[in-house]
Structure formats: C-alpha cells, structure tokens
Ligand binder design. Structure first.
Ligand code: SF4
Length: 377
C-alpha cells in the first residue's frame, strides 16, 4: 500500500478531495458549455466510466448561465474553468457551481478579487489555482530564464498568498506543463511547501497512446511518491478515454480499482486464434462495468490457464475452439472461434451473479444485516 502525503480536505459539492478521501478521477468536457443537451450527454458518458468530478470551460455569460440547467440533469459535481473574467465566476457561483478554477492573480483589481473570494467563501465553493507552464507570468520567465519547476511553484504560491490574505483556505493547486520531468519536479517542490490538496496532470500530453504513456509515467511517479489527491489525464482524444486511463493508472499502482482488469497474453507462435481482436472485443464489451474482477484472454490452452491462474475467469484459445477457465481450472470447452466471445461473456455474467449471491449470503450472516437496506442499494 502506497503512503500518501496528508493534505487538507476540500469539498467540491459532495465529493471530498484530499485528507482521507480516495484519489479522485476527473475530466473536462469538450462540448460547447452553452449546448446543455450535448454537455449533459457527455457528462453522463463520463459518469458511466467512473468520472467523479467534471470541469467545464466557461467562455461567456451564456455558458455561465447554463450551469444550473446542466447540474439539474447530472449527479457529479461541476467545476467552472474561467480565465480572467470575475463576472463569469460570480454568475457561476450564483448558478450553483461546485468548484472554480480561476487564478486570483489574473482576475484584476483588488475589489474584483474580493468579490469572487467573498462569494466563494460564503457559498463554501473551493478554488483551484491552476498554473500552466505555457502561461507563466513574464517576470517569472525573466527571473528563471525559462519555464522551470521553481518558477511554476513561485507562481502558484503568489496566487495562494492572495487567497490566504483573504482568509480563504479551500484551495486546490495544479502545476501543469507538457514536460514530464518538469511537472514531477514542480509537484515535488510544491508538495514540500504546502498541504493543500493537489490536482495532478501532465498537460498537452498528446494523442491517445502518446498521452497515455506520458501521463502514466508522470502521474505514476507522483502517485508512487504519495503526491496527488485528484488526477486528470489530458489526452487529445475522447474525454471518456481520459477517465479510463486515469482508472487504469490508479489500478496499476493498486490505489483504487473500478471495473474489470483485463489480462491478455502478448501472443506468440503457439497462438491459433485472432487473439488481438478477441481481447479488444472483450475490453469493449466490459468497458462500462464497474464490478471489480479479473478476466484473462490467452492465446493457447497449454500455457494460458496456468499463466493466468490468478484471474477470476478466463478464456484460452485453441484451433477453432477455446476453453473457459475459472481461477486457472478449466470449466468447459467452446467449439468455433466465433462462439468464444459470447461464451466468455455468458460465463462472466454467471460468475458475477454467483459472486453477488455469495456476498449477500455473507452479509446476511452478519447479525447487523438489514435486508431492506440491501434491496435499496
Ligand atoms: Fe504464447 Fe500461450 Fe503464452 Fe499466449 S499464453 S504468449 S499463446 S504461450
């Protein structure tokens, strides 16, 4: 179990971040926020794959005024991403926003900052300070000569000071840049200086596969060091994939689990079925499942069940056939390559039904068990 640095807790709506809360998975919509139907549809897709918080870009007053309509139709907390314009922040707060991402040092005059901070404080809405390597203050670039971890941290601490001077402590901080090494160093430095919860991410990480690798390396190292209270994987891809990658990073480090783990062999000269296609189909078929279990998709009967004996359930292919195995023991044979996927999915359903049944029996044997409560779940 990795040891995590203890940070202050902030609440974005009903979702706690930092403190003893789990590391939260979040993403950002890429719809026009003014288009309520499209934004709600995307948020629901994100919720389905385990997104716990969502950020929306608020570019104008119409987008800010759409917040309450969007919130009425979804169940996860919403954070408004605002650059510079304090009036948009005030409207979002009136519309019931759960969190703001705005840098107080970029708002402008003191009275504008006061208005936003006062209103956020009265409504209990946290503010995320988000420093991005690409938009560092000019004087810091001059001082450090380029974007450095020290420059990013100094920028973040300036914004923190503005909030602290107004007795505002519900702060979250992110320090993002597209360099993995600089981002890691920046978060390490910041983590040694503050105990506010940290939102971690590698920004502009790239397309699906490159961005996934960069995010997994950068965020994986930070999480391994106990740094990070919420993560957003930034990909030039469908935000749904950002959430899926984030969960996979957390699973890989055994921090949190959601949905099935899919184990599949790399294939070799013994493979006699189209295993690559089959493994991808299994992954797609199970992508919205939230139950925690493991499925193996292996290329041969001789080694497959043994190599994947820790998987809850699996399939090993042969020539135009396959075997289904449970915990490494063969359960049944399936003839015809086209029948492998449906047979495996059917067995997974049975496995999960049995698992739920045993769980209910176990709970029922507990003297404090309340069947009505179980039915309501
Ligand atoms: Fe090769 Fe079989 Fe191992 Fe897959 S499970 S890599 S097919 S030996």
């Amino acid at each position: 179990m990795l040891k995590r640095k203890k940070t202050r807790e902030v609440k974005i709506g009903r979702v706690g971040i930092g403190g003893n809360n789990p590391i939260r998975v979040q993403s950002m919509t890429n719809t026009d926020t003014r288009d309520v139907a499209a934004t709600v549809a995307q948020i629901k897709s994100l919720e389905d794959v385990g997104c716990e918080l969502v950020r929306l870009a608020v570019l104008d007053q119409d987008a800010a005024k759409a917040i309450s309509k969007i919130k009425a139709k979804i169940s996860i907390p919403v954070i408004a991403d605002i650059h510079f314009d304090h009036r948009l922040a005030l409207i979002c707060l009136e519309e019931g926003i759960d969190g703001l991402r705005i840098n107080p040092g970029n708002i402008g005059s003191e009275d504008k900052i006061d208005k936003v901070v006062e209103k956020a404080k009265n409504l209990g809405v946290p503010i995320r300070i988000g420093v991005n390597g690409g938009s560092l203050e000019k004087d810091l670039l001059l001082k450090y000569g380029e974007v450095t971890p020290e420059a990013m941290v100094e920028s973040a601490l300036r914004h923190v000071k503005i909030l602290e001077e107004r007795q505002f402590w519900d702060i979250k901080i992110s320090l993002k840049c597209s360099s993995v090494l600089k981002t890691i160093a920046a978060y390490q430095l910041l983590s040694s200086k503050v105990n506010y919860p940290l939102h971690i991410g590698i920004t502009e990480a790239g397309t699906f596969w490159r961005g996934t690798v960069k995010s997994a390396v950068g965020l994986g190292i930070l999480l391994f060091q106990g740094i990070g209270d919420t993560l957003r994987v930034s990909l030039t891809a469908d935000p749904v994939q950002e959430v899926q990658v984030a969960w996979e990073i957390l699973r890989s480090l055994q921090i949190r689990q959601r949905g099935p783990e899919i184990i599949s062999c790399p294939t070799c000269g013994r493979t006699e079925i189209d295993l690559i296609q089959l493994a991808n189909k299994v992954e797609r078929a199970l992508q919205n499942r939230s139950e925690v279990f493991s499925v193996a998709v292996m290329g041969c009967v001789v080694n497959g069940p043994g190599e994947a004996k820790d998987a809850d359930i699996g399939l090993a292919g042969g020539r135009d056939c396959g075997v289904i195995f449970v915990k490494g023991k063969i359960k049944r044979k399936v003839r015809g390559e086209k029948n492998l996927l449906p047979a495996l999915l059917k067995e997974i359903e049975l496995f999960l039904q049995n698992k739920n049944h045993s769980k209910r029996l176990k709970t029922a044997s507990n003297k404090n068990y309340c069947p009505e409560q179980d039915l309501r779940k």
